[in-house]
Write a protein that binds this ligand. Structure first.
Ligand code: 2AM
Ligand code: CA
Ligand code: CA
Ligand code: CA
Length: 257
């Protein structure tokens, strides 16, 4: 087994375990705090999962660096050299708290900037979406076929709340042109929608941990992952990102540029 195959198997075990932890405690086994404002939540399970994941990653890949949302990773990661693990211990914390549904655990490994391993656990449906660079994308042990290359008028489009309520007239036109508009509240769940063809595209302001895994998996399936203006993405910064079929991406570009 290669080193990457070994890391892949270990990482699958780690994210499944973190998903199980969140599932078992989602009904009442946690406390909630706010971060920057009353809509920005963190729970003891976000912290617990991140500490567990990071501790496990340090065991299986000791010379790597870890970029994670809740502060237990390495500080000030400014370049992409070597192994960088990117961790979102619960994606969709608000859904975790309010719905007990529609949240995910996400993890990715970038090696010298190349998206190499990606994981999204759809916790409540108990599915792991995972992939290795050049080896395809799987839902559990079933390989995903790339979604049909539908255009904007034949597709559902997901956008986050800030963009949906915003007053950018071009984004409004994009949203109106789609067959329908959806808002799930979890970047991971929305990325799964695009990976499986349920959504033709997803547009959102994403931080590194919101983007890293979904980008790896989407690119592996031949989907487009770009800044909304068509420029390429820097996974270390916050980006206004489009994940879409190539036809949806062209249709959106035509409206915006
Ligand atoms: P989180 O639950 O891990 O914070 C909600 O629309 C989605 O956007 C979730 O995936 C959420 O991830 C993420 N999100 C929440 N607040 C955000 C912010 N201020 N900037 C970027 N993404 C955010
Ligand atoms: Ca958060
Ligand atoms: Ca997130
Ligand atoms: Ca999170």
């Amino acid at each position: 087994m290669t080193k990457i195959e070994e890391l892949d198997l270990q990482a699958q075990r780690i994210v499944r375990q973190a998903g199980k932890n969140a599932y078992e405690k989602m009904d009442n086994g946690y406390q909630v705090d706010t971060k920057t404002n009353y809509t920005d939540l963190v729970t003891t399970i976000d912290r617990e999962n991140e500490q567990f994941i990071n501790q496990q990653l340090r065991k299986i890949d000791p010379n790597s660096r870890i970029l994670s949302e809740e502060g237990f990773g390495d500080k000030r990661i400014l370049d992409l050299t070597g192994h960088i693990w990117i961790v979102d211990p619960i994606d969709g914390t608000m859904n975790f708290v309010k719905q007990h549904n529609n949240f995910a655990v996400m993890l990715a490994l970038y090696i010298d900037g190349i998206p190499t391993l990606g994981y999204i656990v759809d916790v409540v449906n108990n599915h792991l979406y995972h992939g290795r660079h050049g080896e395809g994308v799987f839902k559990d042990d079933q390989q995903l076929t790339p979604p049909a290359n539908l255009g904007l008028r034949e597709s559902l489009l997901a956008m986050n709340r800030t963009l949906t309520l915003g007053d950018n007239p071009l984004l409004k036109r994009v949203a109106k042109e789609a067959m329908g508009l959806r808002m799930y509240g979890s970047a991971g769940i929305e990325m799964i929608g695009v990976l499986t063809g349920q959504l033709g595209g997803y547009i959102s302001n994403l931080k590194p941990w919101d983007l890293a895994a979904g980008r790896m998996l989407a690119e592996e399936l031949g989907l487009v992952v770009k800044s909304i203006d068509g420029s390429s993405i820097n996974v270390l910064s916050s980006n206004l990102v489009l994940v879409a079929t190539s036809q949806v991406s062209r249709d959106i570009r035509q409206i915006i540029n």
